[in-house]
Write a protein that binds this ligand. Sequence first.
Ligand SMILES: [Zn+2]
Length: 84
Amino acid sequence: MLKTTKQMRKDMRKIREEDLIVCNKCGSEEVSEKVWIDSNSFVLIDGHQYSRVLDITSDDSYWCDACGVETTPLHIEEYRKGGK
Ligand SMILES: [Zn+2]
């Protein structure tokens, strides 16, 4: 099990809205993707598990929970500029 370090807690605070990717259709932040995680490297924060990502999967697909379909996400700035 992973222990949170001072650096990890500092990095978590750096995640800002400008860093988000969103659904290209509806703009929702509820976008997920398939990844490989280190099964023994995780922390629980407020009941949610956070794990170290080792690699993305080869199928490269994203899912929008809001639309309920596969999506191609955009960086939030691109979405605001009307990019598709
Ligand atoms: Zn969507």
